[in-house]
Design a protein around this ligand. Sequence first.
Ligand SMILES: Cc1cc2nc3c(=O)[nH]c(=O)nc-3n(C[C@H](O)[C@H](O)[C@H](O)COP(=O)(O)OP(=O)(O)OC[C@H]3O[C@@H](n4cnc5c(N)ncnc54)[C@H](O)[C@@H]3O)c2cc1C
Length: 578
Amino acid sequence: MYHHYDAIIVGSGGAGLYAALEASQRAKTAVLSKLYPIRSHTGAAQGGISAALGNVEEDKPEWHAFDTIKGGDYLVDQQAAKILAEEAIQAVYDLENRGLPFNRTPAGRIDQRRFGGHTRNFGEGPVRRACYAADRTGHMILQTLYQQCIKNKVAFFDEFQVVDLILDGTTCKGLVAVELATGELHIFAAKAVLFATGGFGRIFKITSNAYANTGDGPAVCARRGIPLEDMEFYQFHPTGIMGLGILISEAVRGEGGILRNRDGERFMARYTPTLLDLAPRDIVARSIMTEVRAGKGIRGDRKIDDYVYLDATGLGKATLMSKLPDITSFCKTYLGIDPADSPIPVLPTAHYAMGGIPTDVHGRVVLDDKGTLVNGLYAAGECACVSVHGANRLGTNSLLDLVVFGRRAGRHIGDYVKQADPPQVPTSAADPARAWIGRLTDGQTGPHGGHIMEEMQTGMMEKVGIYRNAKEMQAAIDQVQALRRRYQSVRVQDRSKPFNTDLLELIELRNLLDLALITAVSALNRQESRGAHSREDFPGRDDTQWLKHTLAYLEGDKVRLDYKAVDTSIWPPKPRTY
Ligand SMILES: Cc1cc2nc3c(=O)[nH]c(=O)nc-3n(C[C@H](O)[C@H](O)[C@H](O)COP(=O)(O)OP(=O)(O)OC[C@H]3O[C@@H](n4cnc5c(N)ncnc54)[C@H](O)[C@@H]3O)c2cc1C
């Protein structure tokens, strides 16, 4: 099947839907999503979306931009962060006007709560900046935007999985996708394509991410010669449910929850005396692991799966029910405890990719350090790297990133398609995808994809996790390379056409393996500690050598590395203290 659109948006999370809403005003737009739209991971986002509204105490976009840059350990592109913080206010009011039911102050304004690393007056103390709808903020954003897209008659191709990108030199011409219901390949010719495929936490064993978060967009782009930026920076959220990785939102600490070790001590007071439990996530995650390694975890055995307590008993039942109802019910369902009465056993969980497809502030994909663009190719949301999160994202800045940069990309697409020629795409454009899927389904037998997945996830978790060193990262690279070779002989066990999840998972596994390799190679290369990238063998931040973005190009079995300058035009880098 062959389709023609001005613009194709891949992904129906917050970034994709906002882009679609904007682009569809001026361009014939379709959204492709491998999931039913409102099952996208944005719907799982709990805690909030930041904007310096100043509704409950004084706040300014300038402070928000500064916190974002400092929180990202100065690897943030500063003009992009300024845009994020300034456009946040309009973005939140737009969402409100479109129907999002935010929690309210008694005076009827949008209520705001604290989140890690958000401060008043350049670090003096915590500020209430996160706007929220109980602990279902992402769910509400997704529902609001989806309803608006339906109202505006955006075309949806639900349950279509994109497997290839059609490029002609440096011009994007469309996509190839599998229709899940039939197993058929479709070509979508388009003047503009935007990837908004979300994160790839599934390269790790313990993660807060949904099963579908397999990084398809970045992997498809990487295999077509597009670099991936800053992939070594992967955020571990401090508070996942022990053993499961299901997220306990930072909003619990924002509302007054406290981390405690086996002695009942509020240990964050030793690490970050000003912000305490609300320091940025990289610091809190490392502090937890330091406690565990010192035998101060709850079991006290110093093993990496020992845990600490998140104590929310001081919040009281009423606050938990009105502001954190989903978290309360997760604790009851998965742990059999009521957080009003018992502390929650937590440890860090793989959560968020700071790196991704490099873009400028209009969402246009950038190929190199000179700013060479790929005509008609865009990315937004977690799969993109603008870069506003640098080496470590602050909580609530991701939902904001989706809305601000999804909207900007959608607008730019609206302009771009007016002057772009309709692409001519031969049906042979689907041949590479057809050949690959043909091999997976050719009737031969091969190793099981599930084992490859498991080994990759365990290897990445143990060797490219919170603390890293050269020896272990090299071992992870060797292991992922061996798994990629084994992948060459995998085959499906189920050869039926409709809803063949066996096949779709093998397609996703290839994406994860490619991203695991790029992540590990980028991490081994960066010989310093910055933000979420913490090296035991290079403990200090090194601005002389490493104040630069990594660009990683996947070239067959190899990853070639290059660099891009960081925009530090507003605040010169300083050491981070909280
Ligand atoms: C549990 C949890 C809680 C969070 N809480 C917060 C929070 O409170 N505040 C905050 O700021 N951030 C939070 N985050 C982070 C934030 O929610 C995500 O970074 C963000 O929602 C990602 O949105 P997205 O639009 O980029 O992608 P997603 O919402 O992940 O959507 C991806 C879309 O891409 C589609 N897709 C993927 N691959 C393909 C393919 N091959 N073909 C077709 N379609 C494809 C999927 O169907 C889906 O529609 C949280 C994340 C998690 C996991």
